[in-house]
Structures are given as structure tokens and as C-alpha cells.
Design a protein around this ligand. Structure first.
Ligand code: FES
Length: 116
């Protein structure tokens, strides 16, 4: 597949997030990209507890202190660099990482076909 541009690096300061959609096998999925601790990460926007968006639709992926991701539905806490759920109803599960690269000042989804 061709790469999919997700966001400009300038649009994603530390603690910033951007949501996007991608298609895999004809099915539309939701993802998000975030910059945290100087790194850029991307995951499917899907809690590992129930098939619900992490952010509840409001772009609020981070805990108030900005250290972790939080599921707005039942409060599961995820370590942002690994996607590991460290507290909550899906403790031990991981968010689905999405393959990205940073090039030409932007963040790109490199192979949506390997996700989903
Ligand atoms: S749906 Fe995410 S913790 Fe329940």
C-alpha cells in the first residue's frame, strides 16, 4: 500500500495527539498518533477491554498529568511508549501499535495492512 500521511510534526507538540482513519481489508479503523517523551507513537484508537474508542470521541487520550494514556470509558491506564495497560479492567493487555515513520517533516502510516 502507499503511505498515508497522518500529521505534520509541527502539528504535534509534546503531549499532542491527532486522530486518523485507515482501511484494512476494506474495513475502516480509527487510530491516533501522539508525541510523548520526545517520541512519536501510533495505536489503534480502541480499548482492549471493550470495543470502544479510548478517547470517547473527545481527543482526550492522556491522563491529567500527561504521563499515560487513559481509556475514557472505564479508566484503564496505558503506558504510552509500549501501549501496555498497567491498571484497569484490561491490565496486562496492550494497545495495537501501528507502523509509522517520520519523514519530510511529517508522520506517515507505512503499512496499514499489517495493522487491524
Ligand atoms: S472500555 Fe476501556 S477500560 Fe473499559
Amino acid at each position: 500500500m502507499s503511505k498515508q500521511r497522518l500529521a505534520s510534526l509541527d502539528e504535534l507538540p509534546e503531549g499532542g495527539t491527532a486522530k486518523f482513519e485507515f482501511v484494512h481489508d476494506g474495513i475502516r479503523f480509527n487510530g491516533f498518533v501522539a508525541r510523548v517523551r520526545g517520541q512519536v507513537v501510533a495505536y489503534e484508537n480502541l480499548c482492549r477491554h471493550l470495543p470502544l474508542a479510548l478517547d470517547g470521541g473527545d481527543h482526550g487520550f492522556f491522563t491529567p498529568d500527561g504521563r499515560c494514556f487513559v481509556c475514557r470509558n472505564h479508566g484503564a491506564i496505558f503506558e504510552p511508549l509500549t501501549g501496555l495497560c498497567v491498571r484497569g479492567p484490561c491490565q496486562g493487555a496492550r494497545l495495537k501499535p501501528l507502523p509509522i515513520e517520520v519523514a519530510d517533516g511529517a508522520i506517515w502510516l507505512t503499512d496499514a495492512g499489517s495493522a487491524g
